[in-house]
Design a protein around this ligand. Sequence first.
Ligand SMILES: N[C@@H](CCC(=O)N[C@@H](CS)C(=O)NCC(=O)O)C(=O)O
Length: 219
Amino acid sequence: MIRLHHVPLARSFRVLWLMEEMGLDYELRYHSIREGTMRSPEFRALSPAGRVPVLEHHGAVWFESGAIVQLLCESYPQAGLMPPPESPERARWLEMLHYAETMGSILENLNLNLVFLRPPARPSVPVVKLLKARLGASLAGLEARLEGDHLLPTGFSAADIMVGYGFELARYYVDLEDWPRLAAYWQRLRARPAHVRARARDGEQDIYARDFYPVPEEG
Ligand SMILES: N[C@@H](CCC(=O)N[C@@H](CS)C(=O)NCC(=O)O)C(=O)O
């Protein structure tokens, strides 16, 4: 039995997409950040910080999206989404798997400032400007490391899944067309049949109410 604890458009999308790429049979347990369904003691027993993703995998319970992605790649090596340990691409694969969370932490802070803060709390304009600049720098660094069509010269891998999820959020804060090679890469990822299937199972997101969040007005 494989069960993914999932919030639409959250980091659990990485695991959902990976399982679609692998052709696994799994069930989804939907949660909502706004409704607080992850604060229950039952869920905290699965996830120490009460966060998604959590994957129940044949009796084991795994949390942290990067760890789950690596564990699935190791459990299903025939899917070919991870270079073997002796491969010269291994280091780049691992770097990119974790670079995804460099982007993820910036995006999470933008979400906190611009989406989740409730009045009378107000986002900090200097902090939002800094976060957008940091997001831009992380995207520029990523674009510089694109190897042809994907992150590894040998083609699509789970590193593209970890990083590629970030574009689904980054687009609310920056114009990805500012990095044309990244924008084309994102569209390539979205055109993958497994990505299309994952989006169909993702569910209705209740995080973003607008299409774009600019730096707020001062004052
Ligand atoms: N580093 C963790 C981060 C997990 C995380 O923060 N997940 C968010 C959704 S993207 C969450 O569950 N947030 C719950 C909350 O904010 O209450 C991972 O990659 O799995």
